[in-house]
Design a protein around this ligand. Structure first.
Ligand SMILES: [Zn+2]
Length: 470
């Protein structure tokens, strides 16, 4: 009798209504800006004044929506240099029925300026606000489309590593050569419903001379993995700070001749090599339980010690709201309408940790140095500015033994998170350098990494805390 009742109960419930059952849906939408004679599109990255001359391949917003127990998550990836937090907040206001909407940028250096500092000159803002409004519109649209396509799914998680696919342009040499992948399949047919890929490299395969709009190498990675059946693929950039870029000595053409960065042939081949690494990760992928969902997100202030950012804001090139910074409590004060002597300004951003069953997802609003993922190198040169600074928590120490993903440039792009012990803007410089290494110039300041990693530490504790274990 009891058995019969249980069978009846199972039959009466639709599959999606079973507790904890996972559903996924995918979508993509074109976000390529229109090229017009009377309205220049300024390409983001490298230096100002790069006007787009043509479209080589379209830019996309790609999305996966996940649902379990009535709770919905959306993860969106956009082929942009770094969509800003205020734009992401606008997207979320229109998707208020979602438990969490994450919008991450691939950090594409061959798409339109959506931050401001790459206009006609250093003095001109490069953003077309109407374009950003259009991106907001289309992201909302693609999330709804993915939601309409929700179907039951089971998931697998895999990793594969190849550090030779990365150059590190800053000392010390620390790379994140681990590619992480989620594969979703229909539980009945086994058919693949879509992939989520996380790799850790600046989309800079085309280099600074290119003037054609392109999604750079991730376009080739997505196309190769998508294949003839058009499997949806959502590509995310992980810890690409510090500074991870495509290598010049690794990629060859059909005849085995080396290809160098700065050409579409290189971008294509490099993207395919990343796809091949993803296939290795998929070959090793094992089932993973992705329910239930838990979300911890923290809005946090980041003080601005970077004079270039302050000047850019004064000039109207950066239009981000600024607040007075309360250093003792690490909190934001009143909005700052103008520069006030003696008052440190700060911006608001967000750090999050999502827990999906056995998986943790760290969402960090900028460019993470791999040292902040895997651990701080010992014996840094004594010439750095803060040789005895406290060490920030690291991602792997926060998520021991777990399966995880890291989405960089998530919900914001506030620049590099430089470990404070590597901060080096005052002479003499470490590594016998004649000038500061690249990094600090595109960072809010030496406190950023601590603020962000401490916030992540809080979020991880909230989703994994006592009583929450599976
Ligand atoms: Zn960068």
């Amino acid at each position: 009798m009891v058995v019969w009742l249980i069978v009846m109960w199972l039959v009466l419930l639709t599959p999606a209504a079973l507790a904890g059952e996972l559903e996924v849906g995918f979508g993509e939408v074109d976000i390529t800006p229109e090229l017009r004679d009377d309205q220049p599109v300024w390409l983001a990255g490298y230096y100002p004044g790069r006007r787009a001359t043509a479209v080589h391949d379209p830019l996309f917003a790609r999305c996966v929506v996940l649902r379990a127990e009535g709770m919905k998550l959306a993860w969106v990836s956009v082929d942009l240099i770094g969509l800003q937090y205020p734009a992401v907040q606008q997207i979320r206001r229109r998707l208020a029925d979602f438990a969490y909407v994450l919008v991450a940028s691939t950090h594409n250096h061959e798409g339109p300026d959506v931050i401001g500092i790459w206009g006609e000159t250093f003095l001109h803002r490069g953003v077309d606000d109407a374009y950003v409004d259009c991106v907001i519109e289309r992201v909302v649209e693609v999330v709804r489309r993915a939601e309409r396509g929700l179907r039951p799914a089971r998931a697998e998680y895999g990793v594969a590593a190849d550090e030779s696919l990365l150059a590190d342009l800053r000392q010390p040499i620390v790379k994140d050569g681990v590619l992480r992948v989620l594969r979703f399949c229909d539980p009945e047919s086994g058919q693949v419903s879509g992939l989520v890929v996380q790799w850790n490299c600046h989309p800079e395969a085309l280099g600074a001379e290119n003037t054609q709009l392109t999604a750079d190498f991730p376009a080739a990675t997505v196309a190769a993995l998508s294949g003839p059946h058009g499997i949806p693929v959502v590509y995310f950039s992980g810890a690409l700070g510090g500074l991870l870029a495509p290598p010049d000595d690794r990629i060859t053409d059909d005849e085995g001749r080396p290809l160098m960065t700065g050409s579409f042939a290189f971008a294509q081949r490099y993207g395919e090599a990343v796809a091949q690494l993803a296939r290795e990760a998929l070959a090793r992928a094992a089932p993973i339980e992705l329910t239930p969902f838990r979300v911890a997100a923290t809005r946090c202030g980041v003080p601005i010690a970077n004079d270039l950012y302050r000047w850019a804001r004064l000039l109207g090139v950066l239009r981000r709201e600024a607040y007075a910074w309360n250093a003792a409590e690490r909190t934001l004060g009143a909005p700052l309408r103008a520069v006030q002597p003696g008052v440190t300004s700060a911006i608001e951003t967000e750090v999050a940790c999502l827990r999906l069953g056995e998986l943790l997802v760290a969402a960090l609003p900028g460019e993470v140095y791999p040292e902040l993922v895997y651990g701080h190198p010992a014996n840094l040169p004594p010439e750095v500015d803060y040789p005895d600074a406290p060490l920030e928590p690291t991602v792997t120490a926060l998520v021991p033994g777990r399966k995880w993903l890291l989405f960089g440039l998530a919900n914001d792009e506030i620049g590099y998170f430089v470990p404070r012990r590597q901060w080096d803007v005052r002479p003499p410089y470490a590594y016998h350098a004649a000038a500061p290494q690249y990094g600090e110039i595109n960072s809010c300041g030496p406190e950023t990494a601590a603020v962000i990693l401490d916030a992540l530490s809080d979020c991880v504790a909230r989703v994994t805390g006592a009583g929450n274990e599976p």
